[in-house]
Ligand binder design. Structure first.
Ligand code: PEP
Ligand code: MN
Length: 298
């Protein structure tokens, strides 16, 4: 059987993604989006976003508000009240904001409160019905959407989600590689299976692919090496979890970095040299003091 071609009608990422810029040879970025796994309180959201503005490459602040948890006893997110916290973080720092949506009412709430970028999570992308409902809710908006790979290592499900969104008129799409469920994987929380994003790239060379080393790794110590692998893969962006006090995080406690650790990680990858800050005039001296303190305790 002939393999089905993938034709996506996309707007080039550098025309709409904050921080997306072409360097020598036409290579993008990479764009860095960072923030906590979950928004937990206004203080945590604002303090994390402020500290992240000290990292010039971070242009987008991510935070989960509705958390799709495997077991119902886990922390399921604070819900839509966090949208006001994100709006405050955005106006204080100039960072664009990104939130996971899994239901049309999440889409409606986010668009009403000015969230810049939405993402579909790995547990949503496995369900064509859920993706189609989200595509209908987004029709006519051209909202930037990141599509994480489905938990299952099936390229066609990932492609199907991208197609459903694209057919609903969404042209600002990015795929996010966050690793795949695999019972034999021992080292990482999710198996990287680089062959899958490689195949996606071959099928849709005009589609930007980000990598989320935090969710692949599952633990802090493995993130840096995976980020290196992502750069070797030539990912156009990185999504990384960062929390002002990771040890007290209510979700994904083992894989979140302090903003200072994230700074070190990106610096060690030589990514900070010519990065342009998101919005330097909004930084406060208070932030500088805070990040200096964090560097001292690293
Ligand atoms: C997240 O980004 O916090 C998240 C839940 O992601 P994923 O859907 O990749 O598990
Ligand atoms: Mn997480």
């Amino acid at each position: 059987m002939l393999e089905q071609e993938l034709e996506l009608d996309l707007e080039p990422i550098e025309s709409w993604m904050p921080g997306g810029r072409r360097g020598p040879g036409g290579r993008l970025g990479p764009v860095v989006m960072a923030g906590p796994c979950s928004a937990e309180s206004e203080a945590q959201v604002v303090a994390t976003a402020r500290a992240l503005t000290e990292i010039p490459l971070v242009h987008v602040f991510r935070a989960g508000i509705w958390k799709p948890r495997t077991r119902p006893s886990s922390f399921e997110g604070v819900g839509k009240k966090a949208l006001d916290w994100l709006a405050t973080a955005k106006s204080e720092t100039g960072l664009a904001t990104a939130v996971e949506v899994a239901h049309p009412r999440h889409v409606e709430a986010c668009l009403k409160k000015g969230v810049d970028i939405l993402w579909l999570g790995a547990r949503t992308v496995v369900s064509p019905f859920a993706v189609q409902e989200l595509a209908e809710a987004l029709r006519g908006t051209n909202t930037p959407i990141l599509v994480k790979n489905p938990l299952a290592p099936e390229l066609s499900l990932w492609i199907g989600a991208l197609e459903r969104l694209n057919q609903a008129g969404l042209k600002r799409l990015v795929a996010v590689h966050r690793g795949f469920a695999n019972y034999s994987e021992k080292r990482f929380r999710y198996s990287p299976e680089w062959s899958i994003p490689n195949q996606l790239r071959a099928k849709a060379p005009n589609l930007a692919i980000f990598c989320d080393p935090s969710h692949i790794a599952g633990k802090r110590t493995l993130i840096s090496d995976l980020a290196k692998q992502a750069l070797r893969f030539r990912a156009e962006g990185l999504m990384l979890e960062a929390h002002i006090t990771p040890s007290s995080a209510l979700s994904d406690v083992h894989q979140q970095l302090t903003p200072a650790e994230l700074y070190e990680l990106l610096d060690n990858l030589s990514l900070l040299k010519c990065a342009q800050p998101a919005n330097s005039h909004k930084k406060s001296t208070q932030n500088n003091d805070r990040i200096q303190e964090q560097r001292l305790i690293l």
